[in-house]
Design a protein around this ligand. Sequence first.
Ligand SMILES: Cc1cc2nc3c(=O)[nH]c(=O)nc-3n(C[C@H](O)[C@H](O)[C@H](O)COP(=O)(O)OP(=O)(O)OC[C@H]3O[C@@H](n4cnc5c(N)ncnc54)[C@H](O)[C@@H]3O)c2cc1C
Length: 512
Amino acid sequence: MPRRVQVVWFKRDLRIHDHAPLCLAAAAGPVLPVFAIEPEQWQTPDSALRHWQFAAESLSDLSQALASLHLPLCCWQGDILTLLEALKTHYGIFELHSHQETGNAWSYSRDQRVNAWCRHHGISWHQPRQHGIVRGLKKRHRWEAQWEALMAEPRYPAPQNAHVANGWEAFHHVPSEQLATLALGFDRTPCPERQPGGRREGHALWQSFITHRGRRYRGSLSKPLLAWEFGSRLSPHLAWGTLSMREIVQSLRRQRQKHTDDAQWAASLRAFTSRLYWHCHFMQKLESAPNMEHQTLHPALRGLRERDPEHANLIAWKHGQTGVPLVDACMRSLITTGWLNFRMRAMLISYATFGLGLHWREPALHLARLFTDYEPGIHYPQIQMQSGATGTNALRVYNPIKQAADNDPDGAFVARWVPELARLPLEWRSMPWALPTSLRQRFDFHPGKDYPLPHDFDAEARHWKAKLYQLRRTPEARDTSQKLVTKLASQRRPKIGKRQKTPPNQLSLFDQ
Ligand SMILES: Cc1cc2nc3c(=O)[nH]c(=O)nc-3n(C[C@H](O)[C@H](O)[C@H](O)COP(=O)(O)OP(=O)(O)OC[C@H]3O[C@@H](n4cnc5c(N)ncnc54)[C@H](O)[C@@H]3O)c2cc1C
């Protein structure tokens, strides 16, 4: 009896190495690898040209990698259910393989439709995990043990004896060289310095990090210029799965053995390991509370800071024209490069919500479109945490003037991205509004004319901090906070002594 066709549906896992669905499918029967370019997905308000370009480059690489296994990559443009119907008409009953996905509300409801379709037609849909995220989890107790176990499992080798399913040509709409030029209806903001996609790029980035760049990782994390050089910048590759989390964790652990007697390497690799864990830890939050994408997590804090999307504060923030140099430099650099380090991301959202009194939702969508590495499972929980919407974390408001002094002490980052301030002496570059009148002629700089005047950040932030703490204080609100902690917070046992204090050489989740 002929074996059933095994359809491998590539999603955000654009690689052939450590790819469980591909490996299991190849062992079960003739394989049909597909990628569905679903127009509706690319028209959601969190989609952008830069995401597609990164994905298209990664698909090109994937197509070549599959060719080395004598397999095609069928890029189908259209709705996945239409593709599944067409496959069923062509092949009869087949089996479907894809990685389990924690995406946005759109991909979640799309997967529900696929699930219903598969059940209705008697199609088995196999969904192995690629990340340490547990579906249907009620409590976080012992979550980290399953993460460790998954990361320690052997990696899946690229299958060498795969056979392609006959008739695959009928499902191949878009040749890989045309992928990048597709116009799919997303935001088209150009990103001239975007990181390139593809596994080869991801692999080269990882090699340079783990052999030399990573040594200075820990001391550079918070500084926007240094973090670009000494941070891993693996995030878009993890978001699109050109590299697997498990292969990075395993490679990292091998390297750690080599550097045990180099204190700087050891500290950096420890800090980096925590970030890989946080990747899944945050994604688990969205998996367990998917409404975080649209709704303020803590009910007591809903309905605050609602603003018209055309509000002047929002427009100024989006365009890097707030009058606060580090905030504007971060936004402008992000528009051009598609990447920003953690601390500056946190400061951007903190400034929007506490400093400008904006609701987090529109800023979240704007940042989602600008981050090449947009990963809903990290993005929304981080946005909610940094804007004080979870009701469970201490409120951290990043003061942009202090951040500039700490993380851009020579003003080089501001000068690079806000060139209208480059002619000012260093001490005035982070607060040009305060330039003494006596110096304005000399530097030919007039606050309010050459660069916008900012809002009163301190007063606005004080107001919102007090308001949020007040709303969190009622017995009902505290009760809800406790339930949210049980459901979503890390229950990881501290390894650092009885009092659970962060030791001076280890960064907490907020302090990176
Ligand atoms: C408001 C806000 C939104 C964010 N949105 C995203 C997003 O959409 N996609 C995304 O990948 N990261 C997001 N982050 C987390 C973090 O800023 C980025 O992962 C990091 O800056 C990427 O750079 P890197 O690859 O050099 O990270 P590294 O420091 O080298 O870390 C390695 C990997 O660990 C993970 N990671 C690192 N820091 C965190 C963190 N704080 N939380 C969870 N995972 C982490 C990422 O996958 C990252 O690639 C967001 C942070 C904030 C404050």
